[in-house]
Design a binder for this molecule. Structure first.
Ligand code: SF4
Length: 102
């Protein structure tokens, strides 16, 4: 049996289950689409902000630790950005997330 509605024109809309009107189907779809849009808008900025660790949590310091410093860390992005620690960092800085550049 076909799930298409026979009509006088060339439409081929799916048939909603018995007891469910097309209006109900479209209303539910609009609500779901609106909810997805709201969730996307609200979650994406929160993820972006939560992506980097605060300096204090990373035990960041403005001076190197031995021969380890941001300048020779693989996460350092010159001139003063880190891929995982929030805010500007100094090339001469260091934190517990240090990863030696290979
Ligand atoms: S992970 Fe730490 S040591 Fe490496 S660049 Fe970022 S702040 Fe500097």
């Amino acid at each position: 049996m076909s799930d298409k509605v026979p009509c006088k024109t060339s439409c081929s809309a799916p048939v909603p289950p018995k007891g469910v009107s097309r209006r109900d189907v479209f209303r539910t779809g609009a609500i779901v689409a609106g909810g997805v849009a709201l969730l996307s808008a609200g979650i994406a900025p929160a993820r972006a902000q939560a992506a980097k660790m605060p300096k204090a949590d990373a035990l960041y310091q403005d001076k190197p630790k031995g021969d380890q410093s941001c300048a020779n860390c693989s996460l350092f992005q010159a001139p003063s950005t880190c891929g995982v620690v929030d805010g500007p960092v100094a090339a001469s800085g260091w934190c517990k997330l240090y990863q030696k550049k290979s």
